[in-house]
Design a protein around this ligand. Structure first.
Ligand code: KG4
Ligand code: ZN
Length: 333
């Protein structure tokens, strides 16, 4: 049998992306970022995101087909992210995908964005069972990946996601949106031991996280320093804060691996681009003799290749969507 060709679409936040896959091989992956548009407002403006997706989708899909040297007539299924994310942004992609699948007479595959992030790891050789850390702008979850389509959430954030707290701290340090990558870069020049920020919930029994107290501790530090007229060494603030976030993410993930006796770790989501997180996970896993899958940074942030990877597993299980399906902004794993 010839390979199953899937056209995948991702529009859950501020990246318009389309990818084409043949079975579990990615033939193309086009990502059009809206960051420049939203940066002027200090964060993603949902209404602008939806409109930009609608404008960009035809071109991005054409580019993905061209890069894959294929055409719509060769496509067997259209896959799309249907949640979680911004409702208008999700609807832009979902409506487009429904229209395409209907007019082509193909299957429609609805993908959970979080399953997408995990599936980026499958493209890089990760095989279940795995302990997976998903750290993004909207989520911080520890997931037991039992199979390619079987997941159990073991821990989650009780308040802010890691990326959300990083972006808020970055903003108060004067970085434009999204501040995560800039904070990460400046942290490289600072002393991680300069300021003793808290590591919330690091020693407790649960696998849950809390980042809002840590974020407040940094904001308080900045306010108090300013009020007292003290010099703020931004490099040290970035380095000390980054170290606190990374310590908690690693400690909880390793605890999950111990608790479930699993020696394969996967990290995914936008925050897994973080330089210190990647280095420290590498060090910890080699110390323990665990295998670690670190997807390339292009597959950590939102992209449609990960959606195609998830969709292929759903295709194998005959998990197709009805055309009546709605976007679900708070979809869980
Ligand atoms: O997965 P993603 O692209 O979108 C969501 O699904 O949320 O994640 C975006 C998040 C943002 O909070 C961004 O600041 C963060 O990932 N991020 C980083 C880095 N690169 C992106 N956080 C820390 N260090 C980085 N290098
Ligand atoms: Zn994401």
């Amino acid at each position: 049998m010839s390979a199953v060709k899937i056209l995948a679409i991702e529009t859950s936040c501020d990246e318009t992306s389309a990818a084409v896959s043949a079975n579990d091989t990615i033939l193309s992956n086009i990502v059009h970022s809206q960051i420049d548009i939203h940066a002027a407002y200090g964060g993603v403006v949902p209404e602008i995101a939806s409109r930009s997706h609608i404008e960009a989708l035809p071109k991005v899909i054409d580019m993905a087909l061209e890069d894959a040297q294929t055409s719509l007539s060769d496509i067997d299924a259209v896959a799309v992210t249907y949640g979680p994310g911004l409702i208008g942004a999700l609807m832009a992609g979902l409506s487009y995908a429904k229209g395409l699948a209907f007019s082509l007479g193909t299957e429609l595959i609805a993908v959970n964005h979080l399953v997408g992030h995990i599936s980026a790891g499958f493209l890089c050789g990760a095989t279940p069972p795995l302990i997976c850390l998903i750290a993004s702008g909207g989520h911080t979850n520890i997931v037991l990946v039992k199979g390619y389509t079987s997941f159990e959430v073991l821990g989650r954030t009780l308040d802010d996601a890691a990326g959300e707290s990083i972006d808020k701290v970055a903003r108060s340090l004067g970085f434009s949106y999204p501040g995560g990558p800039k904070l990460d870069e400046l942290a490289g020049y600072g002393d991680a031991a300069a300021i003793d920020f808290p590591r919330p919930m690091i020693g407790d029994d649960s696998l849950d996280f809390s980042f809002s107290g840590l974020k407040s501790a940094v904001l308080n530090y900045l306010n108090i320093s300013q009020m007292r007229g003290m010099d703020i060494v931004r490099e040290d603030v970035c380095a000390s804060f980054r170290q606190a976030v990374v310590d908690v993410l690693i400690e909880k993930t390793m605890k999950a691996a111990r608790m479930y006796n699993i020696r394969n770790i996967l990290i995914c989501g936008g925050v897994s681009r973080n330089i210190l997180l990647r280095v420290e996970f590498g060090r910890k896993c080699s110390e323990k003799g665990y295998s670690l899958t670190l997807p390339p940074v292009s597959l950590c942030s939102d992209n449609a290749a990960m959606v195609a990877a998830a969709a292929y597993r759903q295709w194998l299980e005959g998990d197709f969507a009805d055309f009546g399906i709605n976007a679900d902004p708070s979809l869980e794993l």
